[in-house]
Design a protein around this ligand. Structure first.
Ligand code: FAD
Ligand code: MG
Length: 344
């Protein structure tokens, strides 16, 4: 009899848990801010809205720490210290800067230098997106090209980084936003959040799915239209989507557009027909570096690189509105604007 009562009590308890679990639906908590030179938004689904708000603040704090270490615009960041000491001394950096720079060098090798963290001198010379933006003289570009050899970033000595030539500058603008998105996802996971949309200036990471068995739909920016106008949607669960485009940061002079993704071989903005390169992957740091690298590599080399990587897909758009898809994304991507055509 005693045993029976205990069993009944247990059953009631389980039913209560299931019942309360069902009755309270997760609610969306959202917040946004401006950091990393861009607009950041985090949406999470949770039962505890107050705690949810705190968790998002924790994420913003982590992004702020990353910015303080990896920004070229902050005087005492790890990156600035490395640059100031170029050709002189090695600089001990925080472990996250070490991690991002190590990854950046991996992608420099994987893209044959198309993605190049030693691009800083050229980025500063062009100044795209700053008050100093201008078309440099060809002489100045040729001169700057002598300072972009990523093989001269010396990381052999633990967390000590040294640039071997004076005048060299590193720039993590093409990869650090991806790292920041991964770190946000990590904080959310650690706090039990299973469903979220992280958007760091177009660097998107989705956690979980929209509903059970219903993936998130992420819009792909129409490269010819203002921000927020989509040309297609991709359906995803637990993935990141990162786009590099010629419409993000640019200026025009004499009818010509100069955008911020530079070809480290020519010293000029990459110009190979591709105007938008979207990468879908598990980790945002990988997708960010690859979106920039594939943009520079162009269609053939870029597609070959992505097809050779496990769990990484791409959507490339050229200046004729032609869309090229890697093999694993074809059934998850739909064009929503018939100006665009998928080329098989
Ligand atoms: P992506 O294609 O991912 O990256 C392009 C950027 O990468 C370029 O802007 C350049 O910085 C760099 N790059 C260019 N060519 C190459 C190449 N071949 N290989 C590797 N890298 C390349 N913006 C502001 O306006 N003010 C700020 O204070 C500011 N602070 C920032 C701090 C941090 C830590 C980060 C990560 C970014 C910051 N930004 C800031 C934005 C930054 O300047 C870039 O514009 C931005 O990171 C570009 O991201 P994207 O996704 O548009 O393009
Ligand atoms: Mg990038």
């Amino acid at each position: 009899m005693k045993r029976y009562k205990a069993k009944a009590a247990m059953l009631i308890l389980i039913l209560m848990i299931i019942f309360t679990g069902c009755s309270k639906k997760d609610e969306m908590v959202t917040d946004s801010t401006y950091m990393l030179g861009t607009y950041l938004q985090i949406n999470i689904w949770t039962q505890d809205a107050e705690k949810g708000k705190e968790i998002i603040q924790q994420c913003f704090q982590r992004i702020s720490d990353i910015e303080k270490r990896m920004s070229v615009n902050i005087e005492d960041s790890d990156v600035s210290k490395i640059n100031i000491n170029a050709g002189k001394a090695s600089v001990q950096v925080e472990s996250d800067t070490d991690y991002v720079l190590t990854k950046a060098l991996e992608y420099a090798r994987a893209t044959d230098g198309a993605f190049n963290p030693a691009i800083g001198k050229l980025v500063a010379l062009w100044g795209i997106g700053t008050e100093k933006e201008n078309v440099p003289s060809d002489n100045a570009i040729q001169e700057a090209l002598q300072y972009v050899d990523y093989h001269k970033i010396d990381m052999k000595d633990g967390r000590n980084v040294r640039l071997e030539a004076e005048g060299m500058r590193i720039d993590l603008g093409g990869i650090a936003k991806g790292y920041a998105a991964d770190e946000v996802a990590k904080i959310l996971s650690e706090n039990g959040i299973k469903k979220a949309i992280i958007n760091l200036g177009g660097n998107v990471l989705v956690m979980g799915s929209k509903e059970e068995n219903t993936p998130w739909k992420v819009g792909i920016q129409n490269p010819f239209e203002p921000t927020g106008t989509y040309m297609g949607v991709v359906e995803l669960t637990d993935k990141t989507v990162v786009t590099s485009g010629n419409y993000e940061r640019y200026f025009e002079k004499n009818g010509k557009r100069y955008h911020h993704i530079l070809d480290p071989k020519s010293g000029y903005p990459a110009e190979n027909g591709i105007i938008s390169s979207t990468i879908i992957a598990d980790k945002s740091i990988d997708a960010d570096a690859l979106s920039t690298g594939v943009y520079v590599l162009g269609l053939e080399k870029g597609m070959a690189l992505i097809e050779g990587l496990q769990g990484v897909e791409c959507i490339l758009i050229n200046d004729k509105s032609e869309v090229f898809l890697s093999s694993g994304i074809k059934d998850r991507f739909k064009i929503t604007n018939d100006q665009f055509k998928v080329v098989e």
